[in-house]
Design a protein around this ligand. Sequence first.
Ligand SMILES: NC(=O)c1ccc[n+]([C@@H]2O[C@H](COP(=O)([O-])OP(=O)(O)OC[C@H]3O[C@@H](n4cnc5c(N)ncnc54)[C@H](OP(=O)(O)O)[C@@H]3O)[C@@H](O)[C@H]2O)c1
Length: 268
Amino acid sequence: MPKIAFLGAGRMASAIVDGLLAKNACSPADLACLSGAGTSAQTLAARTGIRLASGLDDLLAGADVVVIAFKPQHLASADPRLAELTAGKLVLSVLAAKTLARLEKTFPRARNLVRTMPNTPSAIGAGMTGWCTLKSLSAEDRAAVLALLRAIGREVEIPETQIDALMAVSGCGPAFVFEFTAALREAGITAGLDRATAQMLAVETVLGAGRLMARTQTEPEDLRNQVTSPNGTTFAGLKRMEARDFRGLIQETVLAAKARSEELSRDS
Ligand SMILES: NC(=O)c1ccc[n+]([C@@H]2O[C@H](COP(=O)([O-])OP(=O)(O)OC[C@H]3O[C@@H](n4cnc5c(N)ncnc54)[C@H](OP(=O)(O)O)[C@@H]3O)[C@@H](O)[C@H]2O)c1
């Protein structure tokens, strides 16, 4: 693996570093980090053994790949020297709503730019990341991108025109699933369960159903049909979901998230 520099050392950078080291994709000596005014880079370096850079020059001097992992709002005030210091390097951004065109303004001389959209399960290596690039990737750069993103879960390359749709499904999706889980818990309480039991049942059911989908690689409709006998209990529940247009609600939810993502990308 090439030497990788992390600019920003919070949750997302930590997830990638942890994943890379856990998979032995690289050694701590290949990685360096730098954060803002806070202590996150010190904490990450102390915890993982990666190098704590003393400044931007030190961070980027020996690096071939640069991961931009600060908050999207930090991009506007980023050090202008980044343009020169990232010249000839592969720059990978995890910044939500920052388009390749916007990234190119800050990193005009990078040899290529990768825009990624990870999600929160990345923190436990169960992420789903969509990504796109400014130019087509060399074989070596593709291998580096895949190693970085597979360190936090699964990845899919998509055209940038689909990033807002991906954001709405896999970026925001975990929150929609959390909300569904909370609704299932609340409904369980209404149905007569105590809160702790309802919480356990809801969480374990979502987890088990997710695992089953992943393990069997079966369409969710097929798995649903397998547990739905005519006029049975699941059938009675599903009929209510259909009557209240559950799919229409989810469609509205995703389209609203996509529209907001488009707005944010336009503004930034
Ligand atoms: N967490 C997720 O699940 C998730 C999912 C998808 C996308 N993302 C993207 O990941 C990025 C980082 O999110 P996060 O959750 O990791 O945030 P975070 O935990 O708050 O970390 C932000 C990091 O940025 C650093 N920072 C602040 N100003 C900086 C500057 N001027 N130069 C360099 N570093 C600076 C902070 O350093 P200090 O400690 O010094 O303040 C900290 O290390 C965001 O752009 C977000 O869109 C995150």
